[in-house]
Design a protein around this ligand. Sequence first.
Ligand code: 4AD
Ligand code: MG
Length: 479
Amino acid sequence: MKRIKIADVLENPKIGETITVKGWVKANRANRFIQINDGSTINNIQAVVEFENFDEALLKRVTTASAIGVTGKLVESQGSGQAVEIAVESIEVIGDANPDEVQKTVMQPKRHSMEFLREQAHLRFRTNTFGAVFRIRHSVAFAIHKYFNDRRFYYLHTPILTGSDAEGAGEMFQVSTLDHKNPPLNDDGSIDYSQDFFGKQVNLTVSGQLEAELGALALGQVYTFGPTFRAENSNTSRHLAEFWMIEPEVAFNDLKDNMDLTEDFLKYITNYILTNCADDLAFLNEREAKEQLSKPQNERNELTLIERMEFVRDNEFKRLTYTEAIEVLKRSKPYKKKKFKFEVEWGVDLHSEHERYLVEKEFKCPVILTDYPAEIKSFYMRQNDDGKTVAAMDVLFPGIGEIVGGSQREERMDILKKKCADFNIPEEEIWWYLDTRRFGSVPHAGFGLGFERMVMFVTGMSNIRDVIPFPRTPQNAEF
Ligand code: 4AD
Ligand code: MG
């Protein structure tokens, strides 16, 4: 008999129909009430066994985490807690799970720490929390592709192996096939990369933006969505060494258009999850609310997860310049009481304590900061008329901090070449990028959304390691 998914059964139950479901046992009460989950939904289906009719040895194997298939009639449930259940006619154990071993895993029905869960690469997917997180992660990705496809953006695959350092951050993972112990050397003792696989130094991409600009200045509007690698040695709850980034790039857009696009995009994704992931979201909302109870009153969130999402969807983001933000910070209580760890002065990069103050205390809504000092931003950002600032924008979210970074790009060749010189970027390395300013250069703008930071926002997970299936962080590349 053809297997059907539990999500489909529960969404559209056909009472009286004989069905087959296959999945993993969540619980087996009294060898009679078996909760089965197949991953298609957070909800289990209950299978009821008249155990007198079945082989006892077989039923003993139906333990938590084992895989089974059941066939039976879908009936209205006698018990509370579910509307329908399966009156089992036949049952098959597809994969056993040793109960003694299961006891030592996260399958044991009690609360587990996130650290313990992270160690169990496989079984954490089976928990309600991670099932919900990864179904939502999928839906966020789907919503992103739908948003752009519906608006005639083209999905452009930019390279993962690249010779360019788009962000000038210098935090790159090098890729080489040279013999580490005995690399070929130049006369001056430096490594001779002309003998390496690509004949030059190559790294894993830190951003697909520069390549996306080439696409945008022909296809009009494109976006990238791919893995991104940064060797920054920051062990925080918001940084990964391997993360995913979405980078739209639009010809003829200026900074204002760029802000409008970002805001609309983030609201669209948030609304998509609110509308399409109700069951998983309700579970995560409840989970967070329970977790909050164990915190002191003044550290609790003012809004629930769902309320925060509705707030972002329904309210305008606050827009202000970096210069205005510095003034706000200088007028703030923590500044006057010397509570900020890092300096607040025009020209310094803002730290997360400053960003959080602006979002969570001062404005209490998402904030778009614009027009940063040129020195603290990348070479490709468009120089403003004041000569000191560039047309950059960062979007700051409550509980997350920076979720988006973007800018209008410098489309004027003479200024761009000067910036390359200022930033020590040799023109002969970046000729292919400069070409875009040679043949019909136009104003254009784009931004990068950190995919995992967005997933954090719509799941309420507080550590970025818990929204990516296999996290890579300093000292950690297990599995
Ligand atoms: O601000 P960033 O560095 O911007 C760029 O890379 C531009 N090229 C984007 C563009 O204009 N096309 O990174 C963009 C976003 C950040 O706002 C953050 O959300 C995320 O990427 N991000 C990280 N997420 C997880 N772990 C890390 N180590 C991250 N670094 C950046
Ligand atoms: Mg940034």
